[in-house]
Design a protein. Sequence first.
Length: 352
Amino acid sequence: MLSVFTLEEADQWNRIVKGFKQYDVYYLAEYTKAFRAHGDGEPMLFYYEDSNMKAINVVMKRDIERDVRFQGKIPRSSLFDLATPYGYGGFLLEGNVDDVSVHRLNTEYSDYCQQAGIVSEFVRFHPVLNNYENLEYMYDLTTLNETITMDLQVKEDIWNNLSTNKKRWIKKLKNVGVEVYWGRNPELFDEFQEMYFMTMDKNQARDYYYFDRDFFNSICQDCRYHAMIFYAVYEGIKIGMVLVLHGNGQLHHHFSASHIGFQHLASTNLLMYEIALWGSENGYNTFHLGGGVGSSEDSLYKFKSGFNSKSKTVFSIGKKIFLHNQYKELLQKLRDEGNISETERFFPAYRS
């Protein structure tokens, strides 16, 4: 009933995923390749099927010993944990979903993880799909905050749902001659990485967010049918860029970057609007912009909310411990060394 697939079985992996009506780009094998190159772990697809329903979950399997705080302190390839690949995911359920089938899924999934030495799992559920529903039995669920999604099904609603401030910025950018284009040639990805690094420097981002050339090459090549870059041009200079993921009726804002010398033009306002128009023209239903940093209602969240104040999507997470004794032992190792900064929200706590 429960099967596991790796990237060596990518074709079969994708056939299974595309058999789900609500699948999204985050579940495809090629999406996970860039994050394996980034060091996020080994991608895995779990597929469950019984007489009533079927289910999929995509995860990154991480060797806990490779965490610098555990190197040499536990055997390599002995204990692992799972996390949703960067972005969103979690189990998708389809069919006659009832408590009996969910309990069976949970039993088989938990048994597999326990036998494989998997200590815990952290899930970032998909805000547009609301796939945390029906999984209260499997995970400790928490709804963190709202995210912003633009409805693209009626083109006129895109403009109507904008805040007055956004409309003003868009008109201003058009009046001064800013134009938006899109494409996916490798040179664009190279330019994006350079501008993105400048943006990360400005924002004093953590090291994790400095994705290297191999990462962007993978997005460009492996996700060739699901990724493109939109860019704003002013007086012949690219002043803003957005990396967009797309597939099965959904668009996602993935990363964005701005030219340091032209930030006063705030070109992302026009870029987001034009991306939404492109999506509507090409049959997409939603454009998910995400939320604030750490799911907070910060300035980033407020900026995004101006694109659709009526957005109702929420971001939920799930936590699950498979091996409770090992979880406690890992945590105690760090406590004994004073090498931990525990917070209520961080999970698993031994990685805080």
